[in-house]
Design a protein around this ligand. Structure first.
Ligand code: NAP
Length: 322
């Protein structure tokens, strides 16, 4: 099969397409013919060798994908050969930037017919992160107001859709007109441009001076200090994305009884993951959750996709097509 391989850590140029042997599933595993693979920012940090997790070299990137079940191990009974599925992870040393990937049975989920493979590839990390941030970390309850600080990308569009479906009042930011229109289309009650100088003043007005209960933060090193000033009493900031350091005034948290909570999806344990999957699958089946695919690249263009996912002007999800 063809797969993207990295033989060393470094810039996107370390990714190249190669012929490698077809992987074979173990008894509790599923072999999937990948039709689309999700490109996440974390894939670029891992490729660069700057992330806490370092796979053994050479490796194939990618944890998210969707395709058709090609073989099942004897003990994997939840799906059958020919099923359309999406993956929330891979195992056996495989990755989704390939024609075939292996996943444990618990990482394989039926993909409803009305969702494309590209949409399936947009689910794993983005929707899992958005759900965990809102409900397992922030413990948001219907009626609360949420700011998704960076709502135009993979995690942000998912957060707006999920929050909206669950009765939260959703406010989302983007940095381009196109991104703002996208955030509005996902069901945001208000949209704000995080490149406008006065957008947090507008946020105060939109919330009647009260502030927001929850902030899902995609770029904490830029925004965390400001976030603490626009939280309501008992507010929670969930740090989802961060690319550096920042100075904050702790008094802004003290005066509001506010909390700053970190999260990484890699820390999620099986019972929480099963709960996330159950909630998301219900949303996909009901049609309230509809992943947005903004750009598609052929598999061989993985280096270009890794550049694109870090460029400003996010618009939903970037996927690779093997
Ligand atoms: N903790 C975890 O487990 C976890 C899981 C998934 C993702 N993440 C991280 O979360 C971040 C978002 O992931 P993603 O997949 O949604 O990435 P993405 O698709 O590339 O989207 C990035 C988002 O950040 C926005 N942004 C850019 N500058 C901003 C600013 N100054 N203030 C607020 N938002 C800004 C972008 O808006 P414009 O482009 O419109 O300006 C866009 O909405 C990344 O840093 C990623 O590594 C963490």
């Amino acid at each position: 099969m063809k797969a993207i391989r990295a033989h060393q850590f470094g810039d996107p140029g370390v990714l190249s397409i190669e012929d490698v042997p077809d992987p074979q599933p173990g008894p509790e595993q599923v072999l999937v013919r990948v039709h689309a693979a999700g490109v996440n920012p974390v894939d670029t940090y891992i490729r660069a060798g700057t992330y806490a997790r370092k796979p053994q070299l050479p490796y194939t990137p990618g944890s998210d994908g969707a395709g058709v079940v090609s073989a099942v191990g004897a003990a994997a009974t939840s799906v059958r050969r020919g099923d359309r599925v999406y993956l929330t992870g891979t195992s056996g040393g495989t990755g989704t930037y390939a024609e075939l990937a292996i996943a444990d049975a618990r990482q394989v989920h039926l993909l409803p017919d009305h969702l494309s493979f590209g949409q399936g590839a947009a689910v794993g990390v983005p929707y899992g992160t958005a759900y965990r941030a809102l409900f397992q970390r922030a413990h948001a309850v219907p009626g609360e107001t949420v700011l998704v600080h960076g709502a135009s990308g993979g995690v942000g569009t998912a957060a707006i859709q999920i929050g909206r479906a669950c009765g939260l009042r959703m406010i989302g930011t983007a940095g381009t007109d196109r991104g703002l229109a996208l955030v509005r289309e996902q069901g945001a009650d208000h949209v704000l441009n995080h490149r406008a100088p006065d957008y947090l003043e507008e946020l105060r007005q939109v919330t009647g001076g009260r502030g927001v209960d929850v902030i899902v933060e995609m770029l904490a090193n830029v925004n965390l200090a400001k976030d603490l000033t626009v939280l309501a009493f008992n507010g929670r900031v969930i740090v989802v994305g961060n690319r550096g350091t920042i100075e904050i005034n702790p008094r802004d948290a003290m005066s509001r009884d506010a909390a700053i909570l970190g999260m990484t999806l890699f820390n999620v344990r099986d019972p929480d993951r099963a709960s996330i999957d159950a909630a998301l699958n219900a949303g996909f089946r009901a049609g309230t959750l509809k992943p947005v695919v903004g750009r598609e690249f052929p598999l061989a263009d993985a280096p270009r996709a890794h550049e694109a996912v870090l460029e400003p002007g996010a618009y939903g999800k970037i996927v690779l097509l093997p």
